[in-house]
Design a protein around this ligand. Structure first.
Ligand SMILES: CC(C)(COP(=O)(O)OP(=O)(O)OC[C@H]1O[C@@H](n2cnc3c(N)ncnc32)[C@H](O)[C@@H]1OP(=O)(O)O)[C@@H](O)C(=O)NCCC(=O)NCCS
Length: 189
């Protein structure tokens, strides 16, 4: 039987785990020069083989871990917006869970990146019980840094990732609010 993966819903977006049928959506990102300027290892659009491998890697991540990069669509139109999610990564040799996102350039500056990122971060802490989530990007990727900083990620250091200089950010799980004591119970000072 086909396995069902969690769906992420926000006020304006709905995110689903991808399958082979989503190749066309992934291509919309990987053929978009504005997106690939900060996403591609060459800073240029990537060929179909690259998209196929990337999609297979996302599908496999969901199969192994039950979460990954969800493909987000606008609720009202069904239009593809981009992907956002969480992924196991090695950062300078250390295992971490990374927040990742890419939004089609036609959909930039509508708050979708921030909205999807907030929902995925909440899923990571509240459902997966992660203690921390990291994120990293090219130093000049102001949009990506703004999305991270807006979600409370804190810059830690410069790193080298995929043989390129990156800025590394981390967000720790927020402390749970103290449980309210019922009147007349518990310790008193
Ligand atoms: C980075 C990216 C995901 C932002 O997506 P988006 O949906 O346009 O972002 P939002 O509209 O949610 O904006 C969130 C904040 O980032 C700011 N921002 C977005 N793009 C920006 C840019 N290019 N330069 C400066 N600030 C930017 C917004 O003004 C907003 O700021 P605010 O919180 O103060 O209002 C998108 O530009 C993208 O996919 N880029 C190409 C792929 C990529 O680089 N992915 C990340 C790889 S690490």
């Amino acid at each position: 039987m086909e396995r069902r993966f969690p769906v992420i819903e926000t006020a304006r977006l709905i995110g689903r785990a991808p399958g082979a049928q989503d190749f066309g959506s992934i291509r919309l990102l990987h053929a978009d020069p504005r997106v690939m300027r900060t996403l591609s290892p060459t800073a240029k659009p990537m060929p179909e083989t690259w998209s196929r491998q990337a999609l297979m890697a996302i599908v496999e991540h969901f199969r192994r871990h039950g979460f990954g990069a969800w493909l987000f669509r606008e609720r009202w139109s069904g239009d593809f917006v981009g992907y956002c999610g969480l992924k196991h990564s090695l950062v300078e040799g250390a295992p971490m869970v990374e927040l990742l996102y890419s939004i089609r350039s036609a959909q930039w500056f509508k708050g979708y990146g921030a909205e999807a990122a907030a929902a995925c971060v909440a899923y990571g802490f509240e459902t997966l019980g992660l203690e921390q989530i990291v994120a990293f990007t090219l130093p000049h990727n102001r949009g990506s840094r703004a999305v991270m900083e807006g979600r409370g990620f804190v810059y830690e250091r410069d790193i080298t990732h995929a043989a390129l200089p990156h800025v590394f950010y981390r967000l720790r799980r927020p402390l749970s609010p103290p449980k309210r004591r019922k009147r007349g119970t518990g310790a008193r000072s």
